[in-house]
Design a binder for this molecule. Structure first.
Ligand code: ZN
Length: 236
């Protein structure tokens, strides 16, 4: 009799069931998934609009700085105009003034344009924010409904965890560690049942010699996937 292998097999079934329930726990129902998508999109939109606004405001500060430099420069040239001594200097000063004025005008237009652009983005952001409270409350409601519906599932998981502990408490420490070492490396499956002479996990044939060892109650590993093999014995 190999009681250990059947205990391990029992443990394996509990572990597999727990994994399945855990998966179900994380599957979003469509009613929540729909509002969740909407919520994510709204968040991304607001983030994108805010980033765009931040960029605009940074550029605006740069242009403002350049504008004030150019205005200073213009004042300086206008001062120089008062001190010219001949026609040539006068013409040169006027040329500078003219060019700087043009530059100032361009910068002022650019400031106006960026204000208009920023207003438009701000308006979009405000609209998004305006609808967001409603969306957030729908999101919260659906999320709470979903979580509320999981009570039975959670209770089943708790029960299985108790069962898992119970089984593990009857296993020698070394064997338990061995089981978990394999399970962690192999998708949560440390023990595989033999069905029709093959390992049900990897379909490797179990050699007759190994079958004999199993029948004698020895711990045998699959030669294909290295999981612990479990041979179901007919009820006696
Ligand atoms: Zn195998």
């Amino acid at each position: 009799m190999n009681d250990e292998a059947s205990k391990l097999w029992e443990l394996q079934q509990v572990i597999s069931e727990l994994a399945e329930l855990d998966r179900q726990l994380n599957v979003k129902p469509e009613s929540f998934a729909a509002v969740d998508r909407e919520y994510q999109v709204a968040n991304e939109d607001m983030e994108r609009l805010q980033t765009s606004l931040d960029g605009m405001s940074k550029e605006r500060r740069r242009v403002d700085g350049e504008l004030s430099d150019q205005q200073e420069l213009l004042k300086k040239y206008q001062g120089q105009l008062m001190q010219v001594k001949n026609q040539q200097q006068y013409a040169a000063a006027w040329k500078e003034i003219d060019a700087t004025r043009k530059h100032v005008k361009e910068l002022e237009e650019s400031v106006l344009k960026s204000m208009t652009d920023a207003d438009a983005v701000q308006k979009q952001l405000d609209e998004r924010r305006g609808g967001f409270d409603d969306l957030k409350s729908r999101y919260d409601t659906e999320h709470a409904a979903w979580q509320g519906s999981l009570g039975d599932l959670r209770a089943a998981i708790e029960k299985l965890k108790v069962k898992q502990e119970e089984i593990e408490s009857h296993l020698p420490e070394k064997l338990k560690r061995e089981f978990w070492r394999i399970a962690k490396q192999r998708a949560g499956v440390g023990v595989a049942r033999i069905v029709g002479d093959t390992c049900s996990a990897c379909r490797t044939r179990v050699r007759p010699a190994l079958s004999q060892q199993l029948k004698r109650g020895e711990l045998v590993y699959c030669e294909g996937c290295h999981r612990i093999l479990y041979l179901e014995r007919p009820a006696s």
